[in-house]
Design a protein around this ligand. Structure first.
Ligand code: PGA
Ligand code: ZN
Length: 436
């Protein structure tokens, strides 16, 4: 019997994965802002992807849109990007990503837009995976990519995501470190989220069930009361489910930092803290709430305070840089030199391509930093980061708890786990030392 008669796929050749068509359109993200979506066609495959966007954007991120905004980005795609990538091999992710960088030529994607680059890079990877008839995580990570990330979910929030109407701390998060499966892990975070309103109401009788940009509850609680509420629910649900669920925070301290005063301004708590006081305050929170995760506790230029905090609590807490590192390998190298932080947020759109994000993840792992794959506060229905987390072996994914644009990533991971069957394992090893 011939190969075709037995239904055996023909061997894929570079001809099949050649990019034959590409275009872009405007769509909307979860905040209702315009963003770019890109479609890539190969001979027999197709990929479509969009770019997310941040509210608390790091000063050193690539520029999301060129001057002229979304329309200029579409124009750049049509005139600069599409003509050059048509004819390239979608299997050559690194080559396409390098081409995007060269075509832009500014060193920060300000000519074609970081969003344009991100959506293109994602769409090319999806088109290649589809051409091969395999899932995206397998296309990028290979047959040995079987480790699933622990979901780190924002349950109670403030800062810019709540338009200044919540606590000063941008995010209070939970992570079910004791979960043995993806489904159990996702569910644990959801149970915490769904129990919280009852406790929030105890402290804030006016709480009306409001949720912020990332689907976290938002209420005008003091920072301490907000942390206490989550702590209480976390312990209750941990006991009930028999799973270790721990707490974390994203201070997004660049948003609190006043460079003229040299202080962090806590509007809700009516407190101002010097960098030294901030260090003491954060250390006290790690102790009081047994925090396993602290993101951006200091502003984005203060590498030294990140190093001091790591020195103090790094054996039990993942001290993470988001605005500090902006997924950039050069910024991470600076951090490695002074031992600043021991975790790094990976937001591919901060650097504009899958390749650049991958390089930073590789560097992080080499130096014992935990890479945390992350969404943005303005998301789309894209499932791509779920695949990137598995492909590149990130032990944690930070992608909210509920809400369509968040749950789409978590549901995709449940599907990935099912697809992998017995091979699927939670990526526990790098996190073991942080467990109780
Ligand atoms: P952003 O916030 O997507 O609004 O930047 C998320 C974060 O700070 O982690
Ligand atoms: Zn952050």
């Amino acid at each position: 019997m011939s190969r075709e008669k037995r239904g055996v796929r023909e061997i894929i050749t570079a001809e099949d994965t050649e990019i034959v068509d590409a275009w872009a359109r405007k769509i909307f993200n979860s905040r209702g802002e315009e963003t770019i979506e890109v479609e890539i066609y190969t001979g027999t495959g197709y990929g479509r992807a969009s770019a997310p966007s941040g509210a608390s954007v790091g000063a050193h991120e690539v520029v999301a849109f060129p001057e002229g905004g979304i329309d200029a980005a579409l124009e750049a795609f049509e005139n600069i990007v599409a003509p050059e990538i048509i004819g390239m091999d979608a299997d050559d992710q690194e080559g396409v990503d390098r081409k995007l960088w060269e075509l832009d030529g500014t060193g920060n994607f300000s000519r074609i837009g970081g969003a344009t680059a991100t959506a293109t890079s994602f769409a090319v990877a999806k088109a290649a995976a589809a051409t091969h008839g395999i899932p995206l995580f397998q296309h990028l990570g290979g047959a040995m990519a079987c480790l699933l990330p622990y979901p780190l979910g924002n349950v109670l929030g403030g800062g810019k995501h709540s338009k200044g109407l919540g606590p000063d701390i941008q995010e209070i998060l939970v992570i079910p470190l004791g979960a043995d499966s993806m489904y159990e892990a996702v569910r644990a975070n959801i149970v915490v989220h769904s129990r919280l309103p009852k406790v929030i109401r105890k402290y804030d009788p006016y709480f009306a069930g409001g949720r912020n940009d990332e689907g976290a509850w938002t209420s005008c609680l003091s920072n301490d009361k907000a942390l206490e509420a989550v702590y209480e629910v976390c312990r209750e649900v941990s006991r009930e489910l028999g799973i270790e669920i721990r707490m974390g925070i994203d201070v997004a301290a660049s948003s609190l930092w006043n460079p003229e005063k040299g202080k962090y301004i806590y509007i809700r708590d009516k407190v101002e803290r010097s960098p030294r006081e901030q260090l003491e305050y954060i250390t006290s929170l790690v102790e009081k709430y047994d925090l396993v995760y602290v993101e951006d506790p200091f502003h984005e230029e203060d590498f030294n305070s990140f190093a001091e905090l790591r020195d103090r609590v790094g054996d039990r807490c993942i001290v993470t840089g988001d605005d500090l590192f902006v997924t950039n390998s050069e910024r991470l190298k600076r951090g490695i030199e002074v031992r600043a932080a021991n975790g790094i947020i990976i937001k591919p759109n901060q650097v504009g391509t899958i390749t650049r994000a991958y390089e930073t993840i590789t560097l992080a792992k080499e130096h014992g930093y935990i890479p945390i794959m992350s969404h943005r506060s303005g998301e789309t229905e894209s499932e791509v980061i779920a695949h990137l987390a598995v492909a590149f072996g990130c032990p944690i994914i930070k992608t909210g708890t509920v809400g369509g644009e968040r749950i789409v990533k978590l549901n995709e991971l449940i599907r990935v786990a099912e697809y992998l069957g017995k091979r699927a394992k939670m990526n526990k090893a790098p996190l073991r030392k942080f467990m109780r």
